[in-house]
Ligand binder design. Sequence first.
Ligand SMILES: [Zn+2]
Length: 494
Amino acid sequence: MTATPEKIAGVVRPQLERLLAEGGSFGDARFYAEDANQRLMLYDGNLESNTRTDEQGIGVRVLWHGAWGFAATADLDAIPACFDRALANARAAAQLPGFPKDMGPARPSKGEYVAPVEKDPFDVPLADKLAFLKGLDEQLKGEGIAQRVVSARFQRRRIHYWNTEGTEVSRRVMNTFATMMVMAPDKDGRTQRRSVELNSDGAGTRGWEWLADENCFAGHAERIKQDLAAILAAEPLPPGRRDLIILPGQGFLQVHETIGHALELDRILGYELSFAGGSHVRPEMIGKLRYGSDKLNCRAGVTANSPGTFGYDDEGTPQRDYYLIKEGILVNVLSSRTDLGEANARAGREVVKESGTAARACAFYRTPIDRMTNINIDAGPDGTLDDIVRATEDGIIVDTPVSWSIGSNREHFHFGTEIAWEVKDGKRGRVFKNTTYQGHTLEFWNSLDKVGDESTWKLQSVPNCGKGEPNQIMELGHGIPVMRFKNVQTGEKE
Ligand SMILES: [Zn+2]
């Protein structure tokens, strides 16, 4: 069958009716008319990797007597059989003990989301893409630079969604990711590196024009070379407790690992314990827990130019912008519709009212789980980076992760960064290498005492967040200002 969305809809709608007739309480179908991915990587100017994948298929969920069944197929002539399998799986799952799943009140929606794009990267010929990346690689060459990496990834998806409540939404999602990195061994024989990811101020578009904009990406080539030269000449960071100023290039990971993953409701309920998949948060803490200082305002945001913006989640719920942490207090979590009832029952009161629009699947053949969207920190009242440096007596500025380890419940962390700058008596000074810092999640966020203004806020993309069994790699964003934390353990404890 030629798979136009209209033809697929004609097959899917009567099947959804059938699910209800056979005792299902809810069902939905996600048809990926297109799921295209292209990755290109140059290593020292040579084309190391050039992969292109194209997928098409449909995934079906059904809720039957409080249990989920899921099935998927790439055979678009076999959609009714796929519904049969989803129903059979739900019937089997209903025999197992567990809290009954429930979608809550029906929330039908209709609409279309189209990501803002001026030039579709898939319309740019491969030769032109490689010539552009080669041009970047040329800019990274220089004395003392031992290795260079330039990579880009493009993603285009056309997804159609239908459910038994009458929701019918479609999405055209486009993502562009890119990284540049330079590396060299230092005088101790340890490899040092400096890198930059394509980022934005949250506005703008998501196509080839973003990558090609000098101000967004290519303009950073010279800066990372100069930084690497400074790192190679630097001494290791002397350990000690001091103030820590985190740039958005590091702050995104701090938020990702110690706020974002910890606030996924399926993890809070104990359903995702693999891969450091627990959470120190329990349902009864929602609305009460002091997560950070009153300077901390964190939201699941909707920003134009981000891989965490997609219009509708994989339950067809329109994406919305809401606080997770307001003036330091945990007020909401990342959720889909299905676990709200269980969270409220376990808390003994209503702690979550409606879906956090975080139901996301990485492919038609995976079922949606609770995922990050754009987990952003609001800009604050404490001025520019220079203002924050001027107000710091003894500290360091850190940027860009090289290593990270996280407690299994996200209760503590240890991060290494590519670079650090010393701050003494309000002035930025020498560079340090081999920088690490560590802390306990709540203690650390409670030590947040300065949050930079809009001029310091940047949106970082995450192309490769991993979660779930089977594993699902997901794309998202973090909009982060400069942040200062008081009296942090930096370097290894003596
Ligand atoms: Zn992640």
